[in-house]
Design a binder for this molecule. Structure first.
Ligand code: PEP
Ligand code: MG
Length: 577
């Protein structure tokens, strides 16, 4: 997408004092655009209890409140008329809150008692928030909307601009600290052509919304973003995670056109996945049930590289029978009658607690009894799952060299655990593997491979544990980056072990979804890549454009870097990006 808005001359941005020429963040949704910036307007400061309003001015104070409510509600209603579906519902519900009589009555009572209208609005909203939170469920979900109305009305009372996403009538790049759900209801991809945030991580609300709307998005750019004022023309390359100012308009347009070409190549790519000189890499999908497996089967995926079985059971309070489990697993096998299917045994715990498995609260659940560790105290649970997998396999018609089920354990940390798990799998005729996601497993991969038939590197957790940084923490996103050379070195160690032992080494973490990193992983010796289905075609396209020796050069450059950003830049430089 581009803008041809002639009033925004790209060269003028360079003249701004202190405007950074290039900023880098985390790429979330690929694509390149050029357009001027619009900033999300900050929420107003919440008022405190000011001096009492004199009695003769209280009617006027309440009239100011009703005028502010009218202005806010009219604006939102006007906007609701221009959109359909969910966005319209969200806006109409917000209007209904603004016009709520009980809320206005509370404000009126406080103002009659001498409070300023803005503070009365704050207090009345606080009372409703407390009530809604107590009621729980759907009511509690409305708290964000209540606060949103409060902020809009207070801003109006103060004569400040309306908070949230400004209304624009030409394409703009939206800059924000981070986006709140209420900011995003009316994001129109034809007007907001990219989203860039100072904070946030790959799993932040902004990232989720941008993925849903397919708006190019870069997050976690850092505080320097604030130095780029509204209306500055920027070039956002959300595939590389860069935001540039001062790029001459013709060059910006050329780069946007190149990105559009690339998008077209990706959407027409059909596989199979190999480097330009024919080095094959299996391209697999991460799935969580029959539906996502069928979606994968309809895509370029050759099979399933990670079936997260715990996600089938997140709301189960009692353990499903072997037969019930088999029925779930069989759906996934059936989606790929000839393709490889790698089933991961329950990775319950930490950020994915399963009610019938994780009974106790733990101080540090990410370092606690999760994954295979649960089976140490409850081997029968694991055995029943393996029986369920074997039963599902026997019930499904499967053909070809990958007819066998590949089964792997999460959170393997010792050689003994690997050997124990492999024995249980082999006793049922299952191909046995381990996830390499604890640094100890990467360091001992060579010994583990004496027992295992394959390994698959979980770069999400491997990064979390290597960098000692919570993968869910937005403020540690700069550490939980799989480009961290320390993580890549552990991948390299694992691949060297795999090549010596002739054992397949896959990657099934988010790293496999990054086309550039996929080249590095291939160069390091990874033999299969598994990622969310929508990410696969971009990975396959990128690999098809480089030779294997180039992948090796990219890997060497990344391994040798001092940090994640340098690793990405060094690898990109090898192919002239
Ligand atoms: C990983 O840790 O990289 C992985 C693939 O597993 P999960 O994200 O389910 O922990
Ligand atoms: Mg993991």
């Amino acid at each position: 997408m581009t803008t041809s808005d002639p009033v925004h001359d790209a060269d003028s941005a360079t003249e701004e004092v202190g405007v950074p020429a290039l900023l880098r963040g985390k790429p979330v949704v690929p694509g390149a655009v050029t357009a001027p910036v619009t900033w999300v307007t900050a929420r107003p400061a919440l008022p405190g209890p000011d001096a009492t309003v004199p009695e003769d001015r209280r009617d006027a104070e309440f009239a100011a409140f009703t005028a502010a409510v009218d202005a806010v509600a009219d604006r939102l209603s006007g906007r609701a008329e221009t959109v359909d579906g969910h966005a319209r519902q969200v806006l109409e519900a917000t209007v209904a809150i603004a016009r709520d009589r009980a809320w206005a009555k509370k404000v009126k009572k406080s103002v009659a008692g001498g409070q300023a209208a803005d503070y009365a609005v704050r207090q009345a909203t606080d009372d409703f928030v407390a009530m809604f939170v107590k009621a729980g469920g759907v009511m509690a979900d409305r708290v964000t909307d209540l606060r949103d109305v409060r902020d809009r009305v207070i801003a109006e009372l103060h004569g400040e601009p309306e908070p949230g996403v400004p209304v624009v009538d030409a394409p703009h790049v939206l800059f924000a600290d981070d986006l709140a759900p209420a900011d995003t209801a009316t994001l129109d991809p034809s007007l907001i052509v990219a989203v860039v945030t100072e904070k946030g991580g790959a799993t932040s609300h902004t990232a989720i919304i941008a993925r849903q709307l397919n708006i190019p998005c870069v997050v976690a750019v850092g505080a320097d973003l604030r130095a780029i004022p509204a209306d500055t023309p920027v070039l956002v390359d959300a595939s590389a995670g860069t935001v540039e100012t001062g790029v001459p308009a013709d060059e910006a347009q050329r780069r946007v056109a190149e990105a559009a070409d690339r998008a077209a190549r990706i959407s027409s790519w059909t596989g199979p996945c190999a480097t330009a000189d024919g080095h094959r890499v299996q391209l697999l999908a991460n799935v969580q049930d029959g539906a996502t497996a069928r979606q994968a089967a309809a895509s370029v995926a050759e099979g399933v590289g990670l079936f997260r079985t715990e996600l089938c059971f997140l709301s189960e309070t009692s353990e499903p029978s072997v037969e019930d489990q088999a029925a779930r697993y069989a759906e996934v096998f059936a989606a790929f009658p000839e393709g490889k299917v790698v089933v991961r045994t329950l990775d319950a715990g930490s950020d994915k607690p399963v009610p019938f498995v994780n009974a106790e609260d733990e101080e540090n659940p990410a370092l606690g009894v999760r994954g295979l560790r649960i089976a140490r105290g409850n081997q029968e649970l694991l055995e029943r799952q393996l029986d369920g997998i074997a039963l599902a396999l026997s019930q499904t018609e499967r053909r070809g060299p990958d007819a066998q089920a590949w089964v792997m354990a999460p959170m393997v940390a010792t050689v003994h655990e690997a050997a124990w798990f492999a024995e249980l799998c082999h006793a049922r005729g299952l191909t046995a593997g381990a996830m390499i996601e604890v640094p100890a497993a990467a360091l001992l991969a060579e010994k583990m491979m004496r027992h295992l038939d394959f390994v698959s590197i979980g770069t999400n957790d491997l990064t979390q544990y290597t960098m000692a940084a919570d993968r869910l923490s937005a403020s540690l996103a700069y550490l939980t980056d799989p480009w961290q050379p320390a993580v890549l070195r552990l991948v390299h160690t694992t691949c060297r072990a795999g090549s010596a032992a002739k054992t397949a080494v896959g990657v099934c973490g988010e790293a496999a979804a990054d086309p550039l990193l996929a080249c590095v992983l291939t160069g390091l010796g990874v033999t299969s890549l598994s990622a969310a289905t929508p990410a696969l075609a971009a990975v396959g396209t990128q690999l098809g454009e480089v030779d294997f020796v180039t992948c090796r050069d990219m890997a060497a450059a990344a391994l040798d870097a001092d940090g994640a950003e340098e690793a990405r830049i060094a690898a990109a430089a090898v192919i002239g990006l």
